[in-house]
Design a binder for this molecule. Sequence first.
Ligand code: AMP
Length: 112
Amino acid sequence: MDCLFCKIIKGEIPSTKVYEDEYCYAFRDIAPQAKCHVVLVSKKHVKNIREAAELSAEERSAMVLAVGKIAALENLDDGFRIVSNCGKHGCQSVEHWHIHILGGEQLSEKMA
Ligand code: AMP
């Protein structure tokens, strides 16, 4: 399968790793939209959050728990935002489920 994030997980495309465990991998976004912009991906390929039902309970909960771990690693003590773009209206550009973690500065109140 020709998936950019699968290649990043396998190390075939370089990335700046922020966090990794058995089920997820997180790296710095190549085009950051905040001072801190981390992309958290599920190691198992599923297209987006609507397909998260195809993951095991362990794989799903690892993604949620990783958010808190990354926030601690990145010292996002004043808060942060998570975004998971889905499909055309959500402007999802990479079809491999991922969660953006944005912070490190005051974010805009507007979300869309
Ligand atoms: P989305 O538009 O929600 O699908 O998010 C995909 C994200 O992947 C975008 O924010 C891109 O900037 C980011 N991205 C694309 N290619 C790379 C890469 N090689 N390394 C790091 N981030 C990337």
